[in-house]
Design a protein around this ligand. Sequence first.
Ligand code: GLU
Length: 485
Amino acid sequence: MKKVKVRFAPSPTGPLHIGGARSALFNHLFAVHQDGEMVLRIEDTDLDRSRREYEEEIIDSLKWLGINWTEGVDVGGENEPYRQTERRVIYEDYANKLIESGQAYYCFCTEEELEAERQALLAEGQIVRYSGKCRHLEQEEIAQKIESGIKPAIRFKVPANKIYVVNDLVRGRISFESDNEGDFIIIKSDGLPTYNFAVVIDDVLMGISHVIRAEEHLSNTPRQLMIYDALNFKRPDFAHISLILGSDRQKMSKRHGATSLIQYREMGYLPEALFNFLALMGWSPEGEKEVLSGEEISGAFTLDRVAKSPAVFDLNKLNWLNQQYIKKLELEELKNLLVPYMRDSDFAEEIEKLDEIKLYMLIKAVRDHLICLADIKKELRVFFADLQYEEEALEVLREPGVLEVLQYFTNNFPPELNVEIINEFIKKIRKELKLKPRNVFMPLRCSLSGKTHGPELPYLISIWGQGECLRRIRQSMDLIMEGKE
Ligand code: GLU
């Protein structure tokens, strides 16, 4: 069996998006499963849109997600360089070979000429493709034009009447007719290669065995197959993975919320959760289990379980997965992850003043409510914002018997606090006043926090301590008394 070698080849024209991350991940999983290798190549031939900052951001996002490669732009390797703009001479060389063998030619058509040709075809209702005008220029004419300073593009001569077939590992057998394609540019007049040309040269020279990429590149595949054949290159296997749709089944876009990995990272989605989530977008293992470790996923990952139908981005599922991963974290790890968000909240000062024990208590109190790490910012409100009452809480405070509970709580507040002591204390209130649990819990919760729901009461009480608890109870008692006047 041939050694598996895959590549991820992003264009650094923006941050890494969910779709790109999923393509990178499928390549990674396939390589790990097959004990193969992965290359990271940067396709930066669009000079207007490519930026070095994006390249760095993409690499950062990939590493954060847990994807690694053995060869590529940042780690080097035997096929350097890994940025296409640094490989121009290689492409030129192959383009010249195609010219020599009569399979490509210089094209001197200007933008304006091409546009006029395009408009004329559109007006006649014909398929828009290059007329082949420069196909038959005489050698002399070519030399003259070049000498006069005109920079030509190089076009590939599309063979007539040929059928190109690919056995896509996800989509099955697909055939393309060459007659649907006009002669296409392989080297632009500025000397840079086009994507369809450079990608083939690089995949071959870098020894890529499997090209796994987004379905939107399927339409590019016929042109690439033509180049493979024209240069007598052995083709890799292809696997085109389906589109990602938003929940409304439209192509995923900014309208559907965050699309870049950085945004998810900043919101506090854990890389393990996104890894798990992205793997399940278009691939499914046998069985029902959905929370899967990286090893479990790569251990089970095969292309025959990748779906042909579009994957739907289900934010609820991502949220659920992230919650599962947050619950699984060791408390200390979770604390380290949460502290930067807390410091960035409205309550940074209060957090600075908390001792370690209380900080841990606070985290324990809220961890099950966190969908993502940034949620801690709003969770902190209940601990540190001024006491404000929700309507439901006010209703509870208006119930009979509440004042007695609050009075008892104030008069018998334990001198020392921890979760156990508070639980005992609450039990004692119930017994002494002969009340049902709800009739103790709810008045205390509502008068202390102003809400009917929230973190467990013993944690809240421990963190506030006696002074703050009694101040809050006093405020609520005053409110109840006012209502009675
Ligand atoms: N540079 C292309 C992209 O970012 C890569 C396509 C491919 O994998 O062949 O979409």
